[in-house]
Design a protein around this ligand. Structure first.
Ligand code: NAD
Length: 546
């Protein structure tokens, strides 16, 4: 959890929108349009407005200063979304999907600006922005625009109950109204806009609160939507800290939250209090199991990449590795050999420079350092790395790290780490691997490596996680037909992707259309003399199972 999210930033003058380049300048313009009411000079002089400073975490440099909103502004933002929603719903899902096809073209044309914005606000390599966000974005836009209208279409069927022969039932999906989406900082497209796409195609308007560290991607997409002609106010970006998110839960009709388990539980309590539907995608501590027949080189290469990609700041990062004792030494040796070719630092040089960028939220490095210290005190061995690094410009890194001799009972094995660390454990056989993989509070995702696919699948089926990959790891997040959702402390409510990933943004209405000419059905009043024979006839109707 980012501690700077707990309060509104220090107030500054409303007209201090200073940005360092074209992308963020345009983003800031959108922010002003979206969240800030026009103010006269006199009003500005009287009242200081909240603002948000966005830094590139890998250099410490300010890249944008944006006007923000306060919790008091939220009802007004939601009201605008509500006013826009009815017409958006009325045009139908196919017409809404057409807007997203245009957005795809826009995004394709703006790939460099998109990946650069994500890289700079997150302090991550362009490769991470490209493969994990841009490729996802195209896949998501394609999937929802193509499949969404069909999934949302009315389902009209003949009645099945023998008493209602000839009648029709219709299941229809009605948008909730205004959906609030609250996102984290680690993947500003995937975990924010990625949820907004199905919510909008389902006919809702959306108010999106991005994490304060990474609002620029959302603002860039808002600009794209404006440029391709989306109607005003169907998609609004609410720039502001945590309390703005809390105020959204108090005002919207459905809430989609992605973030820490701690904050997510608070959001759920608030949502239950209002009886609005909610969906939570929360923390993880994903295990990777390497069975004795695994391709050791492949497993080691994958374990390295899926532990360190995006600096390990992925909910579905591999955070615990269980290797069968028969191949453990070879696995560690191969993983270390690959690790020694990995570099970390400021990704400013662009493609092909570093594999691991900075910590997006500097304070997370202190949590990781504490976890490493706790592990070492309990007997873990630091094979590589292990230290927080603070650069002169204020940028904070954590050295990519390998730990062995780790055990359950250490914080770095039991708690989410969310950084570039690799924890490797030796296990004796499949049963021990499964037991230990399941011995954790989280159940987001997992991976199993083994050449015998039937056996590996059987192991996967016994792992307590919402998604389990076999001979691969978290790539399934970009396979949109597959539902993803966290078990245990990793989530609640319907997951993302798959049919449920769009239907959750709707409420279902059933229509029962009676076409039978009967004036009186057998169950109706008066019971009287005919009651006995009607009952016997009805019984005949149901005599055989069907
Ligand atoms: P966080 O919980 O601190 O913040 C998430 C969002 O919630 C931010 O936009 C924040 O401003 C907002 N927020 C803060 N306080 C709030 C409140 N009281 N009410 C409503 N909103 C509030 O999480 P983070 O540090 O931004 O993200 C990292 C966490 O997110 C990790 O635990 C990670 O595992 C999790 N995550 C999960 C998934 C998933 O799909 N399961 C994906 C990405 C990240």
């Amino acid at each position: 959890m980012d501690p700077s999210e707990t309060g509104v930033d220090a107030a500054t003058d409303q007209d201090t929108t200073i940005v360092s380049d074209v992308a963020t300048a345009e983003a800031a313009t959108v922010a002003e349009k979206v969240v800030a009411e026009p103010k006269t000079k006199a009003a500005v002089a009287k009242k200081k407005a909240p603002s948000l400073t966005v830094r590139n975490p890998s250099t410490g440099k300010i890249i944008a200063e944006l006007p923000a909103i306060t919790p008091e502004d939220v009802p007004g933002v939601v009201a605008k979304g509500r006013a826009a929603q009815a017409r958006w719903e009325a045009i139908g899902a196919k017409a809404r999907a057409e807007y997203f096809k245009k957005l795809r073209t826009w995004l394709w044309d703006h790939e460099a600006e998109f990946t650069d914005t994500i890289s700079r606000e997150g302090g991550k390599p362009i490769e991470d922005a490209f493969y994990l966000e841009f490729v996802y974005a195209l896949s998501a836009l394609d999937y929802w625009a193509k499949k969404g209208p069909g999934i949302l279409a009315d389902k009209r069927r003949l009645a099945k109950n023998r008493l209602f022969v000839g009648n029709t039932v219709v299941e229809r999906h009605v948008p909730h109204g205004v959906v609030g989406i609250i996102g984290p900082w680690n993947y500003p497209f995937v975990n924010s806009i990625g949820d907004a796409i199905p919510a909008l195609i389902a006919g809702n308007s959306v108010v999106l609160k991005p994490a304060s560290k990474t609002p620029l991607t959302s603002l860039l997409i808002a600009r794209g939507m404006r440029e391709v002609g989306f109607p005003d106010d169907v998609f609004q970006v609410a720039v502001g800290p945590g309390p703005v998110g809390s105020a959204m839960v108090d005002n919207v009709d459905m809430i989609m939250f992605t973030g820490s388990t701690e904050v997510g539980k608070g959001v759920a309590k608030q949502a239950v209090d209002r009886l609005i539907p909610f969906s939570l995608e929360l923390g993880g501590k994903d295990p990777l199991v390497v069975l004795d027949d695994a391709d050791v080189q492949k497993a080691a290469d994958h374990a390295l990449y899926y532990s360190l990609v995006n600096g390990g700041q992925t909910c579905m990062s591999i955070e615990r590795i269980y290797v069968d004792t028969s191949i453990y030494d070879e696995f560690v040796e191969r993983l270390v050999a690959g690790f020694d070719k990995v570099s970390y630092g400021d990704p400013v040089g662009g493609v092909g420079t570093v594999e691991v960028g900075s910590m997006t939220v500097g304070s997370q490095a202190d949590i990781i350092a504490e976890q490493v210290a706790d592990a070492v005190a309990k007997g873990a061995k630091v094979v590589r790395g292990g230290k927080k690094v603070e650069k002169a410009d204020g940028a904070i890194y954590f050295e990519p790290t390998i730990l062995t001799e780790v055990t359950h009972g250490m914080e770095i094995v039991d708690e989410e780490t969310f950084g570039p660390t690799i924890q490797i454990m030796r296990v004796s056989g499949t049963e021990e691997a499964i037991r230990l993989a399941n011995d954790n509070q989280y159940g987001l995702a997992a991976a199993v490596y083994g050449k015998d696919l039937r056996r590996a699948e059987n192991v996967a089926r016994r792992i307590e996680a919402g998604t389990v990959a076999i001979n691969d790891s978290l790539v399934f997040w970009a396979e949109l037909q597959l539902e993803l959702g966290g078990w245990k402390q990793s989530g609640a409510g319907d997951g993302r992707h798959g049919e449920v990933g769009i239907l959750k943004y709707t409420k279902t209405q059933g229509l029962f259309i009676s076409r039978m000419p009967l004036k009186r059905m057998p169950q109706m009043f008066p019971y009287g003399k005919t009651s006995g024979s009607l009952k016997a006839i009805t019984k005949l109707f149901f005599r055989l199972p069907g």
